[in-house]
Write a protein that binds this ligand. Structure first.
Ligand code: NAI
Length: 297
C-alpha cells in the first residue's frame, strides 16, 4: 500500500494553532507538505490575539524535521486572506492546498443574539473562507491544480439550539463548496467539506471524558485524503469523528406532481411530498430541472 505523499505541495491551514487545524498541519508536514500555520491566537470567542499558538505549531513541525511558517493574520478580512496566501507564496513560491478551519463560537439563543455576535461568527467562518480561498483561487487555476477543504458542522447541516450565527455560516460553507467544486472542475481543483466531531477547546464542555476517543487526530485522515492528489471526489460533505467517516448528502423526495398545483393540493398531499422513499441525490440544478419536467403527468 503506497502512502499518500505531499512532496512539493504547499498547504495553507487556517486556525492551525490549536485543535483540528494543528492536527492537520502536523500530519501534512509529516507527509512532506510545506505548511503555512495560520492562527490569530485569540480566545475561543475570537477575542484577543497572540503569535504563540501558530509559532508553537511551527516549532513542533520543525522539531519533527518538517517545513512550516507561521502567519497570524485574521481570516476575517480581505486583507487578512491576501496576507495569508502571500505568506505561502513568499515562503514557498506556491500554494496547492487550502484548509479553511479557523473558527470561533458566540452562542446565544436567536432571541438574545446581538448583531456583533452574528457578524463576528459569519465573518470568521464564512467570509473568512471566501477571503482566503479567493486569494488562492487564481494561483490554483493557473497551475491547474488545487485541493480545498471547508470545515462545516452538523450544527448547520442539522441545526443546533443557540447557534443561528454558527449554523448559518457553516451551511453557507456547503453552498461555497458546491459552487467552487463546479467552477474548479476543469482546473483540477477539488473542493470538499467536512463536518467533524472532535474534543477541542470549542467542544470540551460538551464532551467531558471523550478527549482520547474524539481526538482531533481522528479527523485528520479524512482531510489528508481530501487534499491529496489521489482524491477522487469533489463537492461532497464528509461526517468524521472518533474513527468513523460517512458522507452527508441532500436528498430530494419523488414528491407530488400535477400541472395545476393548488395550496389545498399541497395540504392534502403533504405525506406524499415528504415521503423519503425513493429519494434521489442530485449533483447540479440541471438535474433538478430534468426531474421537475419528467415528474409532471
Ligand atoms: P479550536 O478553537 O481548537 O481551533 C480554532 C482555531 O481557529 C483557534 O486556534 C483560533 O485561534 C483560530 N482562529 C479563530 N479565529 C481566527 C481568525 N479570525 N483568523 C485566524 N485564526 C482564527 O477549535 P476546533 O474545534 O479545532 O475548530 C476547528 C474548526 O472545526 C472550526 O471551524 C470549528 O467550527 C469546526 N468544528 C469543530 C467541531 C468540533 O467538534 N471540535 C465540530 C464542528 C466543526
Amino acid at each position: 500500500m503506497t502512502e499518500l505523499g505531499f512532496d512539493n505541495k504547499v498547504a495553507v491551514i487556517t486556525g492551525a494553532g490549536n485543535g483540528l487545524g494543528r492536527a492537520h498541519a502536523l500530519e501534512l508536514a509529516r507527509r512532506g507538505a510545506r505548511v503555512v500555520v495560520n492562527d490569530l491566537g485569540g480566545a475561543a470567542d475570537g477575542s484577543g490575539g497572540s503569535a504563540g499558538p501558530a509559532q508553537q505549531v511551527v516549532d513542533e513541525i520543525v522539531a519533527l524535521g518538517g517545513e512550516a511558517v507561521a502567519n497570524t493574520d485574521s481570516v476575517a478580512t480581505p486583507e487578512g486572506g491576501q496576507a495569508i496566501i502571500a505568506t505561502a507564496l513568499d515562503a514557498f513560491g506556491r500554494v496547492d492546498i487550502v484548509i479553511n478551519n479557523a473558527g470561533i463560537l458566540r452562542d446565544k439563543s436567536f432571541h438574545n443574539m446581538t448583531v456583533d455576535q452574528i457578524n463576528a461568527v459569519i465573518d470568521v467562518h464564512l467570509r473568512g473562507a471566501f477571503y482566503v480561498t479567493h486569494a488562492a483561487w487564481g494561483h490554483l487555476r493557473e497551475q491547474g491544480y488545487g485541493r480545498i477543504v471547508n470545515t462545516s458542522s452538523n450544527s448547520g447541516i442539522l441545526g443546533n439550539f443557540g447557534q443561528a450565527n454558527y449554523g448559518a455560516a457553516k451551511m453557507g460553507l456547503i453552498g461555497l463548496t458546491n459552487v467552487l467544486a463546479l467552477e474548479g472542475a476543469k482546473h483540477n481543483i477539488k473542493v470538499n467539506a467536512i463536518a467533524p466531531v472532535a474534543f477541542t477547546r470549542l467542544t470540551a464542555e460538551l464532551m467531558p471524558g471523550f478527549e482520547e476517543k474524539l481526538s482531533p487526530e481522528k479527523v485528520t485522515p479524512v482531510v489528508v485524503y481530501l487534499v491529496s492528489e489521489e482524491c477522487e471526489v469533489t463537492g461532497e460533505i464528509y461526517s468524521v469523528g472518533a474513527g468513523t467517516v460517512s458522507r452527508y448528502f441532500i436528498g430530494l423526495t419523488p414528491g407530488f406532481a400535477t400541472a395545476d398545483l393548488t395550496a389545498e393540493a399541497v395540504r392534502d398531499n403533504l405525506a406524499t411530498i415528504r415521503d423519503e422513499t425513493g429519494y434521489v441525490v442530485l449533483r447540479n440544478n440541471g438535474q433538478e430541472l430534468k426531474k421537475i419536467f419528467t415528474s409532471l403527468p
